[in-house]
Design a protein. Structure first.
Length: 114
């Protein structure tokens, strides 16, 4: 069973940046995505990247501020987050975007102060 481990979260002021990483225990050939869940809200899609890394997609709320990428050699998916806003505060997770998803990791907390 593939395991996912997210890291890179933290506390940052509005306008700041963070880079999240997600390492899979073995290679996946799927389109991988980042998701987030804020307190009291459902988990929502943030961004996704295909196996080749060429095609990406983003939620409207993060377009132009976040960039997703992946390094298949190290089975790592990244999320570069710039111009962070307080509404970006959430626990961030990675997983397969569509279809049978992997067991969710523990996530990484991102807190943006105003």
């Amino acid at each position: 069973q593939v395991q996912l481990v997210e890291s890179g979260g933290g506390l940052v002021q509005a306008g700041g940046s963070l880079r999240l990483s997600c390492v899979a225990s073995r290679r996946t050939f799927n389109t991988m995505g980042w998701f987030r869940q804020a307190p009291g809200k459902e988990r929502e899609f943030v961004a996704a990247v295909t196996w080749s890394g060429i095609t990406t997609s983003y939620a409207d709320s993060v377009k132009g501020r976040f960039t997703i990428s992946r390094d298949n050699a190290t089975t790592t998916v990244y999320l570069q987050m710039n111009s962070l806003k307080p509404e970006d505060t959430a626990v961030y997770y990675c997983n397969i975007q569509h279809g049978a998803q992997l067991p969710w990791g523990q996530g990484t907390q991102v807190t943006v102060s105003s």
